[in-house]
Write a new protein. Sequence first.
Lengths: 194, 194
Amino acid sequence: MPSIPPAPRVQTDASAELRVIALQMFAEHGYTATSLQQIADAAGYSKSSVLYHFRSKEALLEEALAPAVQTLGAFLDSTVARASSDELRSAFVVEFVDLLLEHRLAAHIIINQGQTLSDIPMMDEARRYIDCIGESFMSELPTTKQRIRLGIALAGAAYVLVASRPSVADIESVDEVREALVDVVSELIAGLNR
Amino acid sequence: MPSIPPAPRVQTDASAELRVIALQMFAEHGYTATSLQQIADAAGYSKSSVLYHFRSKEALLEEALAPAVQTLGAFLDSTVARASSDELRSAFVVEFVDLLLEHRLAAHIIINQGQTLSDIPMMDEARRYIDCIGESFMSELPTTKQRIRLGIALAGAAYVLVASRPSVADIESVDEVREALVDVVSELIAGLNR
DNA sequence: CTCTAATCTGACCGATCGGTCAGCGACTGC
DNA sequence: GCAGTCGCTGACCGATCGGTCAGATTAGAG
């Protein structure tokens, strides 16, 4: 047992490094359009090394998305309870927007490529979570207009972040964007009870 | 010159048939994930026949998207003029929603796969049109919240239609969906002047 | 009938894909 | 010193991709 138990190897963890790079490239160019060779080149490794750390290309995608999907699952549990309570919906909106902001790249992949990659288990799991969140509202929203309103609020907020080019990072104004998203989505959600 | 000049060959026009099938498969499974062989099989032709009618796979995509992009371009011309006029904005919303409904598959491809396929000229053209429509509003909407509001309205409406599974065609309730979309988007657009 | 053009196809091509495998050097515990 | 594990790599594999090409089939014009 050395005196430095955990060891500061975190800095150059190849697996974590590959997950980040793969997530960026999958989001920017698409999963099928991104080859393992391109990921390896971008990371400074060989293609064989990538497949040493990850069983397959699909496994690399799943591990890269895992944190976001896990957070989404936890978010789902807290959603079902608070969907019916009006005052708790504002907290729901804040959490929803923060989730999108924190896992922006993963959200990009799930939203834009989820339908195409439906044969990948984790991708389908994430989409089921999203559907479930929607349904926890929908059960109380029988009319088409109410369902469209909720759809525009959630899908619109997600897509505003997702559609923006990577160059439009606007790191400084992220708080401003967050506040605006919360305001507009809250307004749409509030308009459901009418 | 026979007495029937144009000839009723429209029914079995191979090119048009291939455009329709390719558009469906590109939208459902993605452009890169759909091979020319799969398109040929679905249409009942050989892969060589597809490449006889279309110079390349990319040309097939562009010709399949052409009608939608052309309509989008015409829509852009009428948009710039009416963006500044409040009472004309309601007409803008109706046209926007109808455009999405009419070219649902093409919109699906452009929205979800446009960033990935940015090397295809027509795809970039369509995205420039969309950006231009947004900017014709944005120039008068300096605050972040106003821009987010418009983004949620347009992107949300587009994505509500695009995200729905093909099985959720709801042919009967299309008018109901159309009306709900127009209402909610109009409400968000109207809220810009505040 | 013949000639020609349009339509369609199978065989084939080079490139690239995801994935396997044997082996390389470096580090570690004994 | 030595055996064994770990991280990594190049060579290689079968499959599939988009695309080319020569030729078979068909139909219409003269």
